[in-house]
Design a protein around this ligand. Structure first.
Ligand SMILES: *Cc1c(COP(=O)(O)O)cnc(C)c1O
Length: 392
């Protein structure tokens, strides 16, 4: 446990992800006023420690504290998030598929990483009330971390969100507001409410630090694979913080000389009910962008109709020679049931979608024999039992 208040963070400033203009990291920011784009945290990596120094550190995401933006360790709000296990899930047609299981996080999803970071920074910058539009898991995480921090939480969710998310948020003392619509409609409500209440909006990528929490998945993957990254990483994509964050971590580690050689090909997986990332990426290769107005998905976390971080996601997919694919709702439901019945693994539908997408990419020859693939199960299946059982 870090007790000193002397800062070990190497963060220097926030930069606009489009024009690279720097901004003061010691002030409260949302997104860049110059270009209306997400901010990215910049670090002075010249003073970085050697990777061997990580060995005896705490077993959570704060083991990477130099590369995280909290300056005073007393502001860290933590429930032990991160450092989740990786195991060999299956060998499919001579491809080893590894699973990093994020369901072990507090509040049952990897949202704990991003929101834990956002709440810690909010505390450091004097925020007393946070608000978020959510498909479920971000709201749970916000309720949980704000309870620990003593910060008021308001959570705005689609009314079709499984009841367990709503109950959980309420139990942790959050204010819950239900909206008839998708997460983009919840976002509109948040925009109104933050003007009325002065609450700080921690929406995906409109808040600069959630991505830094999600980035720790990239550091962990490198460490857990003994600094030899897998060939392919397959990620369930909604707002895209994980995709962008993992890639940011790889870039930082490359700069520090912690990893060498080719980086993994990154794959974004979506539902055909809502696939803006798949359609936008396909339009780069000359296909028509025939993205239709989306509907809800059984994989709640994937249904983000207009992600704010689209440009950054495209940079990751093109920069890594990656790809983006969508599965039908039926495929996602049957993959969740198959993982439960054939693998003894209760996944969130988002995670099951990724597993099935990986098999498809192997079948199609996009992932080749003897390559290694890593899939992320981003959340616990327990919260989705109603979604799955009712449709079986
Ligand atoms: C939010 C969420 C996602 C999507 O994550 P992004 O980083 O926003 O793309 C995927 N799976 C689950 C379970 C989620 O809660």
């Amino acid at each position: 446990m870090q007790t000193t208040i002397e800062s070990v963070s190497l963060a220097t400033d926030l930069i606009c992800s489009r024009c690279k203009q720097p901004y003061d990291i010691h002030q409260l920011h949302t997104f860049s006023p110059c270009c209306n784009k997400p901010f990215l945290v910049n670090y002075d990596l010249a003073d970085a420690p050697e990777k061997e120094e990580l060995k005896n550190r705490r077993q959570d995401m704060w083991r990477y504290q130099e590369f995280l933006p909290v300056f005073d360790a007393e502001n860290i709000v933590t429930l032990g998030e991160g450092f989740t296990p990786v195991r060999l899930f299956e060998n499919f047609k001579n491809v080893d598929i590894y699973l990093k299981d994020e369901s072990y996080n507090p509040s049952g999803s990897f949202k704990a990483r991003g929101i834990g970071m956002a709440v810690s920074k909010a505390k450091e910058l004097g925020v007393t009330h946070c608000i978020v539009p959510t498909a479920g898991n971000a709201g749970s995480a916000l309720a949980v971390f704000c309870a620990k921090a003593g910060i008021k939480a308001t959570v705005v969710m689609p009314s079709h969100t499984p009841a367990i998310f709503i109950q959980e948020c309420k139990l942790h003392g959050a204010e819950v507001i239900l909206i008839d619509g998708l997460i983009s409609d919840c976002g509109k409500k948040v925009a109104e409410m933050k003007l009325e209440t002065g609450a700080f909006d921690v929406s995906t990528l409109k808040e600069p630090y959630r991505i830094e929490g999600k980035k720790t998945m990239g550091y962990e993957i490198a460490e857990q694979f003994n600094w030899q990254l897998p060939d392919v990483i397959v990620y369930p994509t909604g707002g895209g913080t994980g995709l962008i964050g993992i890639w940011k971590a790889f870039r930082e580690m490359q700069q520090m000389g912690w990893i060498e050689g080719k980086l993994p090909r990154m794959v974004a997986v979506q539902s055909s009910a809502c696939q803006p990332v798949v359609k936008t990426y396909a339009s780069f290769t000359g296909q028509k962008n025939d993205y239709e107005l989306p509907s809800a998905s059984v994989a709640n976390g994937l249904a983000v109709p207009f992600p704010f971080g689209m440009d950054l996601m495209m940079e990751v997919l093109t920069g890594s020679n990656g790809t983006a694919i969508a599965l039908s709702e039926e495929e996602i439901i049957s993959a969740t049931i198959e993982a439960a019945q054939q693998k003894g693994t209760l996944m969130a539908p988002e995670g099951a979608a990724v597993w099935k997408a990986t098999r498809k990419l192997i079948d199609a020859g996009w992932i080749k024999e003897n390559e290694k693939a890593l899939i992320l199960n981003t959340g616990t299946g327990y919260k989705y039992l109603d979604n799955i059982i009712l449709r079986q």
